[in-house]
Design a protein around this ligand. Structure first.
Ligand code: TRP
Length: 443
């Protein structure tokens, strides 16, 4: 069956690879700063609520659509229904393109910090100077571009290798190690003097902080972190064997992703308060906070490069899933050779990332609708395109191809799956209406 497309060798391999797509900078870099900028505890509650209702349901829908069609997003919508639905696939490919452009910039920061933590960074211990080090690094016109290019090159390298050799192996190796280190660092962070204020900030919901923007941010973060709304997991589902249980895979991936994001919150936010940083500083939060934690712990000079190295690999497995979606479209639909598609579009994505990389330095003053180029790309993709894609995927699953997907999810009755009736109604009504309402109030 479509033998040339390749297939995941085992269910564990699939879960680790899909978790590899979901777990990345979204969990460890983005979640803490978005939570920090949106009130902490109230954001956490909103986020968890959305992940386990809308997020889990859209994830199951994506996996089922992908496996039913065994194609990339554009091909899948064309095969299962055709007509205007194909547009959902195209929007997904475009969203992947946009997300990877700024994702790779932060991937580059991570790569740079892996190297810096082997040298200059470890000689600095005062929190303020670590903050200045980061600000200086991202304001530089050359280094962030260089590392952005390196990160994109690494992503392209994995994608050229194909599914089993590249993605699956990287995912398998990484996850347990990253989680172990995260737990260790968190133990240090929460015992820092002054960390209690951060814990309180993260765990005490202050509902007066919730407004349209907070709810939009929580929704966008849920889609971003779970890799939903643009067909990445749809594409992964298309490589999954018919034997595997889609519903339990979706639950596993959602839970693993959430555990890592919340752990990162328990690491970063207490440390932010302990060192007197501002939780609302934005994209630099994790990068200024972590080195300060390392400076305060035994063997910090050892843990720092290890942690940033693992984070680079986590970012890489996510970036690979983004590029893979774009490449699968070009290969399946337009008959591109894999290598050519990867190189051509990898370079184009790098180019789109250039203004994002420079938006913290030379292009600092340039804004689009009041946001820096970097923030504008993130907002456009995460808070608009992904939720719109989510509405379309839910409606498609709930109304258009429901019978086909139910058959796919239960493997024609072989798997008994609890809660499928609830899933159908979330897809049909709850998710589309909730997302639409959030998008409208957010604007
Ligand atoms: N989920 C990844 C993260 O949290 C990023 C990512 C990978 C992504 N693939 C995606 C986000 C597809 C949206 C759509 O870092």
């Amino acid at each position: 069956m479509d033998g040339h497309r390749g297939e995941f060798a085992s269910r564990l391999g699939f879960i680790l690879a899909a978790a590899g797509s979901a777990i990345g900078l979204g969990n460890i870099w983005k979640f803490p700063y978005v939570a920090g900028a949106n009130g902490g505890g109230a954001f956490l509650l909103l986020y968890l609520g959305m992940v386990f209702t809308i997020g889990l349901s859209v994830m199951l829908a994506e996996l089922a659509i992908g496996r039913a069609a065994r194609l990339n997003p554009v091909g899948a919508f064309a095969k299962l229904k055709g007509g205007a639905w194909v547009g959902v696939g195209y929007m997904g490919v475009i969203a992947g393109f946009v997300i990877l452009s700024f994702y790779s910039v932060v991937g580059g920061w991570t790569l740079a910090y892996t190297l810096y933590s082997l040298g200059p960074l470890m000689e600095i211990t005062e929190p303020e100077r670590l903050g200045a080090f980061f600000t200086g690094f991202i304001a530089n016109p050359v280094s962030p571009l260089f590392y952005h290019g390196m990160f994109m090159a690494m992503t392209m390298f994995v994608v050229v290798g194909g599914v089993e050799k590249g993605i699956e192996r990287a995912g398998r190796l990484l996850m347990p190690l990253l989680l172990g280190l995260l737990v260790l660092l968190t133990a240090r962070a929460v015992t820092l003097p002054g960390a209690g204020a951060g814990l309180a900030f993260f765990l005490t919901p202050d509902f007066s902080k919730i407004d349209g923007a907070t709810v939009t941010a929580a929704l966008g973060q849920a889609f971003f972190s779970l890799s939903l709304g643009m067909g990445a997991l749809l594409t992964y589902g298309s490589y999954l064997s018919r034997r595997e249980n889609l519903a339990s895979s979706a639950l596993w991936v959602t839970s693993l992703d959430t555990v890592i994001a919340v752990s990162a919150g328990f690491l970063i936010l207490p440390a932010v308060f302990a060192f007197g940083f501002d939780p609302a500083v934005g994209p630099g939060l994790t990068f200024i906070t972590l080195p300060a934690v390392f400076a305060q712990m035994p063997l910090g000079a050892l843990f720092a490069p290890l942690f940033f190295g693992l984070l680079t690999i986590a970012a890489l497995t996510s970036a690979v899933s983004l590029l893979e979606t774009v490449v699968a479209y070009l290969v399946d639909q337009l008959g591109f050779a894999r290598r050519r598609a990867t190189v051509l579009f990898g370079v184009a994505i790098f180019a789109l990332g250039v203004p994002s990389a420079l938006s913290f330095g030379p292009l600092r003053g340039v804004t689009i609708a009041g946001r820096s180029f970097f923030d504008a790309m993130d907002y456009l993709a995460s808070n608009l395109m992904l939720p719109l894609g989510g509405i379309a995927i839910a409606v498609f699953a709930g109304w258009v191809v429901r019978e086909r997907l139910l058959d796919e999810i239960t493997a024609s009755g072989a798997h008994r799956v609890a809660g499928l009736a609830v899933w159908i109604w979330i897809c049909r009504l709850a998710a589309p209406l909730a997302i639409a309402w959030i998008l409208i109030t957010g604007l």
